[in-house]
Design a protein around this ligand. Sequence first.
Ligand SMILES: Cc1cc2nc3c(=O)[nH]c(=O)nc-3n(C[C@H](O)[C@H](O)[C@H](O)COP(=O)(O)OP(=O)(O)OC[C@H]3O[C@@H](n4cnc5c(N)ncnc54)[C@H](O)[C@@H]3O)c2cc1C
Length: 493
Amino acid sequence: MAGLNSKERMAIPFVHMPLNPGEKRIHNFDEVPIGYTAEQAMQEARRCIQCKKPGCIGGCPVGINIPAFLELIEEGKFAEAAKKIRETNFLPAACGRVCPQDKQCQAVCVVGKKGDAVGIGNLERFAADWERTHGTFTAPVIPAPTGKRVAVIGSGPAGLTAAYELRMRGHEVVVFEAFHRGGGVMVYGIPRFRLPLEIIDEDIKMLENMGVQFVYDMIIGNVLSLDDLLVNEKFDALFIGTGAGLPKMLGIPGENSNGVYSANEYLTRIYLMQASHFPRYTTPIEQGKRVGVIGAGNTAMDTLRTAKRLGSEVTCYYRRTRDEAPARTEEVEHAEQEFLNWKWLHNPVEIIADANNNVKAIKCEKMKLSDPDSSGRRKPVGTGEFVTDEIDTIVFSLGCDVNPIIPATDKEIRINKWGIVMVDKDTNMTTKEKVFAGGDVVTGGSTVILAMGQAKTAALNMHKYLMGEIKWDISKISTDPNASGIVWEGKNK
Ligand SMILES: Cc1cc2nc3c(=O)[nH]c(=O)nc-3n(C[C@H](O)[C@H](O)[C@H](O)COP(=O)(O)OP(=O)(O)OC[C@H]3O[C@@H](n4cnc5c(N)ncnc54)[C@H](O)[C@@H]3O)c2cc1C
């Protein structure tokens, strides 16, 4: 097949990812996509036309050499394909599952201009799973110690990537994590039916085998300050990767009733604290027969589908229509296959509680969309008509702000008015000497792969700083509280 020309390759039909059927999967937390067989993967990889100037590499925030790994899959060299991905991405099994490829590498795939883009994410997942299940992974070789000690705060994708990159350069690395296990949102937010726990656990085990030390149940800012780490614990540099875990609410009456959760709390209780197995595990979850989820982003889809798996009748409330839902199309489609109720153009205005302050209903104003404004955007406007639905549990799923503890306890760390940690956009240096930052804490709630890309930039510059190759320079960090955090420009650096 190697001799196929571009036209012949583009004529090969897209290989759809096989899925567990909706009626079965709502009764368990098994992964929804089943994964490609070897034959399906080779067939899909054949659709890549090996562009001379591949846009997909620039479209990946960590710059994976996509055409090279696709060619290896086409040739049946699966272990080599995984190795190729690992040159720039040390979490391929996770990224193959949760990256928004439709907005990144696949969005710029030339094949996609006349049909379906090459299934890059599905193939990344295939190669990574092949490596896991066939034991072909080879542990990286760590260079001689540099004598420098670095602390990484937070063990989400940003923290894990920073730890990996710094360890790969010979530094001693200690990761401090507030929770009792590592992985950040990949473990306590993204549901198991999209990202199985064992994948993250294996990646953390790999870091431990590389000599990275993990300290759990340690909230930096509360128990130890940044200065404690720098002065008393004698770390030479710090990386802040504490994410965006501060939930947003609507500020409507009744939000403090019993049975109202933020998505963060709800998902953390279920996935990190195993609340669905209460009383076998000590954390409970109060989930009634009818659950209402407010919002229509990716987190809302995860919350809706999780609540459904716990046996409730589940309804999504969103003030715009399905077309404006911020969730990835695939996430909405998967959710739609799972027998949920959708109340588009419904704006919650009040949570109604009974005499014991337990939620009993949600009141919404029906909305309509305005005519498009100059930017083409249609705003939701109230119609003056209200509806009230009986409900037992409500989960707010409206996004999150940056975790505030560290900036609140160390005034040398500059933040903007939204609480985002300000950094030099080229080096990820913060305004406090020796302290770098990356991930959601510098972008606001974003994605796994962007967090990894940020962390990689930070780690490479930390290394240069530690080795005396660059000096501390924060002259380019904005002092304007309205300045934005780091924004992905659709191309890696
Ligand atoms: C429900 C949900 C679903 C999502 N789905 C997707 C998806 O499908 N695809 C995708 O790409 N992205 C998704 N995201 C977004 C993605 O998970 C985040 O962008 C990413 O995890 C950010 O990584 P991070 O390392 O910056 O932060 P986090 O993953 O938030 O990790 C931060 C870590 O720091 C720890 N921490 C915080 N404060 C302290 C402290 N003071 N001391 C010590 N430790 C601390 C936290 O406990 C946490 O473990 C989702 C997010 C949510 C909430």
